[in-house]
Design a protein around this ligand. Structure first.
Ligand SMILES: *Cc1c(COP(=O)(O)O)cnc(C)c1O
Length: 398
């Protein structure tokens, strides 16, 4: 007789299909439980539910069955004991930072970060007496050198990072002794890399992006050990940024197709990146899968696929950047990433418009920097669209 296959040894693409779903629920699709509260049979049972960590049938800020299914699914894919979902990626990031750090504590963070995370660390943390040191996350040993023994409680990293797809060496990060380490793995997804396997303590995602994958769910998630997640849960219940069951259901729907989506987006992105690199209007292309990426070797070591995000600089600067994002047709001008639609953003004229040229440069954004999130359209159509927009940059403006 054949042995029953061990689900934990199946490929991630396979596990993603049923992850978070209970074997005794005959429903194939995730079940939406919108109820904010649950009838409690006795006072004694009410007391138990009010104090049990992660309880899903007490009050929805504490936990919810649909949200729990999404949390279990992400924990499974990340190889974590536990996970907690939030109403956004920033809900997850702020729970980690404010839930784990206190006045007098020190954080080491990389300079290359999602703008929201960077502002939280740079502007909000000092208000709470939390000191933050920023380092260049691409430099070997930079995080460890900035750790103050007994003072540093958290090391914050993001890889691949906004906006120039810089990478952090996960093995090096995981080897840091003392402080807790957290990686924002939004750009990669567990299909590309699993930071916990490298000894990192916590992984966070804006599941609004590739995990949800359809631009219809605002979600964040943190995964790690039971012990850390229990601690975080205590703060999260007070923070109140709990995920909506509807968004969690859409998140579970998205996870089932994560494998094919990431594979397709990665394959298209490599072709797009090569086409960009060959075009004279493009000064520089950043894609971890290109041999020209300064950390390509590291990318090959720690990533299984290279994802759908590309950054590139137009030789024509600000004017060319504005013109490019307004002339693509398949690629639409919108913030966010990881969804079915190919999206472009021009940070210097939109998200980062208030920055001075020096501040832009420090943030890794040049006047002609474009961020491209490759979607699920046919690669030939995406490439034709981008090449047409690049060719049009030379033409006199209408
Ligand atoms: C979008 C994003 C976030 C914030 O997520 P929200 O869901 O928008 O709150 C955090 N980190 C990264 C890398 C992101 O791309």
């Amino acid at each position: 007789m054949a042995e029953t296959p061990d689900p934990s040894r199946q490929h991630l693409e396979t596990r993603a299909i049923r992850a978070g779903r209970s074997d005794d629920d005959p429903a194939l699709a995730p079940t939406l439980v919108p109820s904010t509260t649950f009838v409690t049979p006795t006072v004694e049972e009410g007391r138990r539910r009010a104090t049990r960590i992660g309880e899903t049938r007490f009050y929805s800020r504490y936990g919810n069955p649909t949200v729990k299914a999404f949390e279990d699914a992400v924990a499974d894919l990340e190889g974590a004991e536990s996970a907690r979902a939030f109403s956004s990626g920033m809900g997850a990031v702020s729970a980690v930072v404010l839930g784990l750090c206190s006045a007098g504590d020190h954080i080491v963070a990389q300079r290359q970060l999602y703008a929201g995370t960077q502002l939280l660390l740079q502007a909000a943390c000092p208000r709470f007496g939390i000191d933050v040191t920023f380092v260049d996350g691409t430099q070997p040993g930079a995080f460890a050198e900035a750790v103050r023994p007994g003072k540093t409680v958290l090391v914050v990293a993001e890889t691949p990072a906004n906006p120039q797809l810089d990478l952090v060496d996960l093995a090096e990060l995981g080897a840091i002794a003392g402080p807790m380490t957290v990686v924002d793995s939004t750009f990669a997804t567990p299909l590309a890399q699993r930071p916990l396997e490298h000894g990192v303590d916590l992984v966070v995602h804006s599941a609004t992006k590739a995990l949800g994958g359809h631009n219809d769910a605002s979600l964040g998630v943190v995964a790690g050990s039971d012990e850390l997640l229990q601690w975080l849960w205590g703060f999260a219940v007070l923070q109140g940024a709990n995920a909506s069951p509807f968004d969690a259901m859409n998140g579970l729907r998205g996870l089932r197709t994560l494998g094919v989506r990431i594979e397709r987006q990665s394959a298209t992105a490599l072709r797009v990146a090569e086409a960009l690199e060959a075009h004279p209007a493009v000064a520089q292309v950043r894609y971890p899968g290109l041999p020209s990426h300064p950390q390509h070797e590291l990318a090959r070591r720690q990533m299984d696929v290279f994802g759908g995000l590309i950054a590139f600089d137009l030789a024509g600067g600000l004017a060319a950047g504005c013109r490019f994002v307004e002339s693509t047709v398949v690629a639409q001008l919108a913030t966010s990433l990881g969804g079915p639609e190919t999206l472009v953003t021009h940070p210097a004229s939109t998200t980062h418009v208030s920055l001075t040229p020096d501040e832009l440069e420090a943030a890794g954004i040049r006047p002609g920097t474009i961020r491209l999130s490759v979607g699920l359209e046919h690669a030939d159509d995406v490439i034709a669209d981008i090449l047409a927009a690049l060719d049009g940059l030379d033409a006199p403006s209408a």
